[in-house]
Design a binder for this molecule. Structure first.
Ligand SMILES: [Mn+2]
Length: 224
């Protein structure tokens, strides 16, 4: 049985589907998605529909929340004209004019996403952990938003656990490099910056946690 983590799909439904097919996901496997389904890419609706399709077919898929989903929920709460969410492509993927016109089942789904989860020796979270917090696992805001936190990692607190996260785009080489340095830095950033054009970015990454193997899919939704 394999256990995969994928993060920061950002509306790239074709790339996501191609990666799931590339890893040859089986019904006994587990797939964890670490947030940021929304924004930037062309087919947010398609990403969520594909997750639901997998689940309906009997695949195990557990979804965490990213900051782009938080922004979306804040915009829903704030009402029309909210500055929290301004993404025409996301609206276009649903064929609607405003976020409140997005069907309720999608809006409700976002509110049900998990903030973090633990799988074997791994802690899975969108952005990372704030080791300066009094209660590391209570700092939800940091779990969703934090950047540049590796210098504060408390290995004693982790007690052998490894943090798998996304949120900060990393090049393919950086992601592969972090897999080799888990002893020193027990964290791996699997956000391959799939929607970004910068050198080394433009990949969606799947991390198989049991055998610690990486798979990459070049973006096929947008030009990168
Ligand atoms: Mn993010």
């Amino acid at each position: 049985m394999k256990k995969y983590a994928i993060s920061d799909i950002h509306g790239c439904a074709k790339t996501f589907k191609a990666l799931v097919e590339q890893i040859n996901l089986s019904k006994g496997d587990e797939l964890y998605i670490l947030g940021d389904y929304f924004h930037r890419g062309p087919d947010v609706k398609g990403v969520i529909d594909y997750i639901w399709q997998l689940q309906a077919e009997g695949f195990f898929v557990k979804c965490l929340m990213g900051n782009h989903e938080v922004l979306f929920v804040q915009a829903l709460l704030e009402g029309p004209g909210s500055h929290y969410f301004d993404d025409q492509e996301t609206l276009d993927s649903f064929g609607v004019k405003g976020i409140h016109d997005i069907p309720k089942k999608y809006r409700s789904w976002i509110k049900e996403l998990f903030i973090f989860t633990e799988v074997d020796e791994y802690i899975l979270v969108h952005a990372g952990l704030n080791f300066n917090a009094t209660e590391v696992m209570s700092d939800i805001d940091s779990m969703i938003w934090i950047r540049g936190w590796y210098d504060n990692i408390d290995k004693d607190w982790l007690n052998g656990r490894i943090i798998v996260h996304g949120h900060t785009p990393a090049t393919k080489l950086e992601i592969m490099g972090s897999l080799r340095t888990l002893e020193e830095i027990p964290a791996i950033d699997i956000d391959g910056g799939c929607v970004f054009k910068r050198e080394g970015l433009g990949y969606l990454c799947a991390f198989e946690m049991t055998e610690r193997k990486l798979s990459f899919m070049r973006n096929i939704d947008v030009e990168v």
